[in-house]
Design a protein around this ligand. Structure first.
Ligand SMILES: Cc1cc2nc3c(=O)[nH]c(=O)nc-3n(C[C@H](O)[C@H](O)[C@H](O)COP(=O)(O)OP(=O)(O)OC[C@H]3O[C@@H](n4cnc5c(N)ncnc54)[C@H](O)[C@@H]3O)c2cc1C
Length: 474
């Protein structure tokens, strides 16, 4: 199988617009003749199913949870980036494109990243229209905050529960289509195999997890929106269900799998509490907006309570090493710097594997109520898991450590028509018979340690669905 990305030609900023125009449209009456199978109903799958059904296609959607609302997307905390430049701090489509490309170590497909930046604003609009309760300023305008790896404020968020709120929005859109009869939902159903005819995905075999009954479903295109595989890593943020079963089965049927080790390491999580633990809990990177990261300057001070260590004996290593980004240095850089400090014997907390995230300055500057308002649910989560009094911690020093995070840039290979780029957590379109499918998902999974693109595939799905020239429904 030749690896041909089939990136549209032309200048970067016009590639997709021209490509969209070149594609033939399908008239509404013909859309009803196509059957589409969507495996997965997280942010990616639920949005794809709802958007495709809204367009008029006949959709079947499968997931192994008892409800689409249980998809692991629910755990996403921090937010979603868009180049709306509400903060008037110099943001632009090109800057989001550039930051994202850089955050992905320049490995992503530029055309896809550019498209993602181009449609980022529309994604926020769509989410708002669906009722996602993004944070707002006092005057009612949507609020923005900063995240690692960016020097502008472009992250739209719903406290520390952005994924949950987005999923509820997508779920409602999906439910609407289920109610209209355009999507048939199959919860508690696991995809066991992919049906491939003449090299093209034409169906799936599934098992009903309640009755054990096995059945097969035929379709003109198969969408694998089956999430990440980070469960393969010890102490990751991913649920046991993020088990790569669907894309593994596609791989067994001949699809290519790329870059499985390309997984994000996140610098802020709740430290491990004992040997019984195989998962870690993320604390949103938003905490680094106001929290300052430090370790004791001298090894001997490690065991001291943090408040007993004077400023002069602290090493605010991110501010020292990366003054232009400070505590908002990109995730990989921050994680690596924290590891270096721990390897040098200056780590704190259990096993000396943590660093402090300190809110004392921010509390002094803004007051406890403001900090509580911004991060209260994250402090509560910290308290529930560690048993440490959150307000005490918030007053002072929240230990944190790096972890494998639920973002995976590896996944099934596909080309631009089929899915955008290869790299993603596994949510992919597979080629239908004849021509590539008509569902573009320019997800551009650049994402090492970046800033928010993973929540984007959701509305991106809704942006264009056009069958390839000459495609006939089954
Ligand atoms: C703790 C945490 C915080 C995060 N924070 C952010 C953030 O702030 N911003 C951001 O942009 N991203 C964030 N992410 C990443 C983002 O949440 C995910 O990348 C994204 O939600 C994945 O969506 P998905 O629809 O591809 O996968 P999922 O939500 O995991 O959905 C997968 C779906 O596939 C189904 N499935 C899987 N295998 C099978 C099978 N064999 N048969 C049938 N169904 C199957 C499942 O049932 C499920 O419905 C975070 C992730 C985590 C874990």
């Amino acid at each position: 199988m030749p690896l041909n990305a089939q990136i549209p030609s032309g200048p970067l900023a016009q590639k997709w617009e021209q490509y969209k125009f070149d594609l033939k449209l399908v008239n509404p009456a013909n859309k009803r003749k196509f059957d589409l199978l969507v495996v997965g109903s997280g942010l990616a799958g639920a949005s794809a199913a709802a958007a495709l059904a809204e367009l008029g296609y006949r959709v079947k959607c499968f997931c192994f949870q008892d409800s689409p609302r249980r998809a692991h997307s629910i755990s996403a905390q921090g937010g979603i980036n868009a180049a709306k430049n509400y903060a008037n701090d110099g943001d632009s489509v090109y800057r989001l494109f550039y930051d994202t490309l850089k955050g992905g170590d320049f490995r992503a497909r530029e055309a896809n990243v550019y498209r993602l930046a181009q449609v980022s604003g529309a994604i926020i609009d769509q989410c708002v229209a669906q009722g996602v309760p993004f944070a707002r300023e006092y005057g009612g305008l949507l609020a923005n905050r900063s995240f690692g790896g960016a020097q502008v404020s472009r992250t739209f968020y719903a406290r520390g529960q952005t994924g949950q709120q987005l999923l509820l929005g997508a779920y409602q859109a999906l439910c609407r289509q289920i109610g209209l009869g355009t999507v048939k939902m199959f919860p508690r159903t696991e995809m066991l195999d992919l049906v491939v005819v003449d090299g093209h995905a034409q169906g799936i075999v599934v098992r009903d997890l309640v009755t054990g009954q096995i059945s097969s479903h035929a379709g003109d295109a198969v969408v694998l929106a089956t999430g990440g595989y980070s469960n393969v890593f010890f102490l990751s943020t991913n649920a046991k269900g993020c088990n790569v079963t669907a894309i593994w089965r596609a791989y067994k049927k001949g699809a290519f799998f790329a870059n499985p080790c390309y997984t994000q390491i996140h610098p802020t999580c709740i430290p491990v509490s004992g040997e019984h633990q195989s998962k870690l809990t993320l604390m949103s990177e938003s905490l680094r907006n106001d929290g300052r990261v430090w370790v004791p300057l001298h090894k001997a001070d490690r065991a001291k309570p943090p408040a007993a260590i004077p400023e002069t004996d602290r090493d605010y290593f991110l501010e020292r090493k990366y003054p232009s980004y400070g505590n908002l240095a990109p995730r990989d850089i921050s994680s690596r710097a924290a590891k270096e400090a721990c390897d040098a014997g200056r780590g704190v907390g259990p096993g000396g594997l943590g660093v402090y995230l300190d809110f004392a300055d921010a509390i002094q500057r803004l007051g406890q109520p403001v900090i509580r308002d911004r991060y209260g649910n994250l402090f509560d989560m910290y308290e529930k898991i560690t048993g440490e009094n959150a307000s005490q911690v918030a007053h002072a020093h929240l230990p944190c450590r790096a972890l494998y995070h639920g973002r995976h840039v590896g996944g099934l290979q596909s080309h631009e028509h089929a899915a955008g780029p290869v790299r993603h957590r596994g949510s992919q379109f597979l080629r239908p018979r004849r021509q590539p499918p008509w569902c573009q998902r320019p997800d551009a999974r650049f994402g090492r340690w970046l800033f928010r693109p993973p929540l984007h595939p959701r509305p991106l799905f809704g942006h264009r669905q056009t069958p390839p020239p000459g495609h006939q429904p089954r």
